[in-house]
Design a protein around this ligand. Sequence first.
Ligand code: FES
Length: 162
Amino acid sequence: MTENTKNMQEEIANLVEKWKGKEGNLIMILHELQNYYGYIPRPAALELSRALETPLARIYEVITFYNFFKLSPPGKHTIALCMGTACYLKGAPVLLNEIKNLLNVEEGQTTKDGLFQLDVVRCLGCCGLAPVIKIDEKVYGKVQKSQVMGILSEYGNHNQEG
Ligand code: FES
């Protein structure tokens, strides 16, 4: 058993004890794990299944039901692509495809090199600038497909092979 595995087991045992018998304990434990790791690592889900005596499938059912929970480590930069009505009508689906193609990544996933995470969101509150992409805290408005590559390259060289 590695030191990391031992720490994870202890951490989970503590969380299970802390939330024992409380309503919604599985969700609260998953929140704490995600706060700690930035996502829910598979070994943690396995350990949680064992500690709570809950089937692993049930744990993944909860993780995938709530968009909040992530199954892969967060990327260094988060791309929030707006698919709200205004952005949708002004071409957000084209931008989404362009980003997916350029980065070889799907919605909710992180690129293999860990540089970007792609999230699709509903209205960023600046519809006048539609279509809008936000990367970390920076907002890009009236984005055209031809600009996407240039915008992404501001954040370093993405390595498709990861
Ligand atoms: S719909 Fe995209 S910012 Fe409002």
